[in-house]
Design a binder for this molecule. Structure first.
Ligand code: ZN
Length: 371
């Protein structure tokens, strides 16, 4: 889901602005959390413009942005996990959990040797589920056709995100004598879905005919990578069932396009959406994209449109980050845009350092700005 502006917050903003304009800098709008006025407005415009304070907007993890893509694979852009360290747990009773250790171990190993070995995507945890899970999903077991309930981050918080079958009593009994083989191949395929991959035979360029007779199944992707790949583990038409659990070279290209090669940044770019336009007529920050790099730096791209010339906009970005032990780290970055001419749109890029070694997830990003 992309972040949608909260109507209520926009309404309160307008009210706050109205109060602010009536009461001046010591009025109600400055009392509650509004940042200090930092913008340098040219003298002539200063007389015309009321001093406006824009309250903080909270952006909660869960929004992906389309980074530049070139068109082997098929995936859903918005389903890429922003935080590539994905929590997984086994959603089963204590006795079921204890009695399925061999199968669970087999699946864990098959998964870890596949997608995470060639990308920055990581699956961590692998314990019994508690009552909830964040930045991740649960794995259940039932005697049904194994499935992934959705693609990629759409599985977030779902305690039955992937369902395996350890008995094959009613579904595919042929697997009863090949439980290890079946689970290994199914694990690679289903965890491909959990990273956002759709079925290769769902691609619009699938050659219908003798080469591929399987029908499209399940949710479609919206990005195709390279040529249609017969040998993808995600292709029902692969002459080897689930590619025998071995990623094709195109599967690897695809997952690296989605999540980067091992060693690259473990967060995807994401978009910051402001209610747009903010205070049309005075100042509008249309959006921003934050890109995280493996070297511990990040860049925030934003564009600003203003009716009046400004020397620059000063804004602060607050990153609230949780590390592995759940400790919260907050960092604040203040940055200033270049001078902005009236009636035009100015783009700028701000580079800041984030504590790459100490976080597991971005909990929220708050931007306070004045203009
Ligand atoms: Zn599938």
């Amino acid at each position: 889901m992309m972040f949608l502006p909260n109507i209520r917050s926009q309404a309160s903003l307008l009210i706050a602005v109205a109060i602010f304009c009536m009461t001046g800098p010591s009025g109600a709008a400055t009392k509650k959390g509004a940042p200090a006025k930092k913008t340098h407005i040219v003298a002539s415009a200063q007389k015309i413009l009321p001093r406006l304070a824009i309250p903080p907007y909270q952006i909660v993890t869960g929004q992906a942005t389309p980074p530049p893509r070139t068109p082997f694979g098929y995936y859903k852009q918005e389903a890429i996990w922003i935080d590539h360290t994905i929590n997984v747990c086994w959603n089963m009773s204590a006795s079921h959990y204890a009695s399925t250790k061999t199968y669970r171990h087999l699946i864990t190993t098959a998964v870890q040797n596949a997608w995470p070995s060639v990308s920055t995507a990581k699956f961590v945890g692998w314990q019994r589920c508690g009552s909830s899970i964040s930045n991740g999903f649960g794995i259940a077991e039932k005697d049904v056709g194994p499935y992934s309930a959705a693609l990629g981050s759409e599985l977030n918080h779902n305690l039955s995100g992937i369902v395996f079958n350890f008995t094959y009593k009613t579904w595919s009994p042929v697997c009863q004598s090949e439980i290890e083989y079946c689970n290994r191949l199914i694990a690679v395929h289903e965890f491909g879905h959990s990273l956002g991959l759709a079925h290769e035979q769902n691609r619009p360029d699938t050659p219908r005919g003798p080469e591929c007779t399987a029908d499209p199944q399940g949710e479609n992707g919206d990005v195709t990578v390279g040529k249609w790949d017969l040998h993808s583990v995600m292709n029902y038409c692969n002459p080897q069932w689930n590619g025998n659990g071995n990623l094709s070279s195109e599967d690897i290209t695809t997952i690296q396009q989605m999540y980067g090669k091992p060693g690259s940044a473990s967060l995807s770019p994401f978009e910051i959406h402001f209610p747009s336009p903010i205070l049309d007529g005075f100042c509008a920050i249309t959006n921003g994209v934050t890109t995280f790099f493996a070297d511990g730096t990040a860049e925030w791209d934003a564009s600003l449109r203003n009716s009046f010339p400004l020397f620059g906009l000063t804004a602060s970005a607050q990153l609230v980050i949780k590390n592995g032990s759940g400790h919260t780290i907050e960092t604040t970055h203040t940055f200033t845009s270049p001078p902005i001419s009236g009636g035009s749109t100015t783009k700028w890029r701000y580079k800041f350092v984030y504590p790459a070694s100490s976080f597991t997830s971005i909990h929220k990003l708050t931007l306070n700005s004045t203009c």
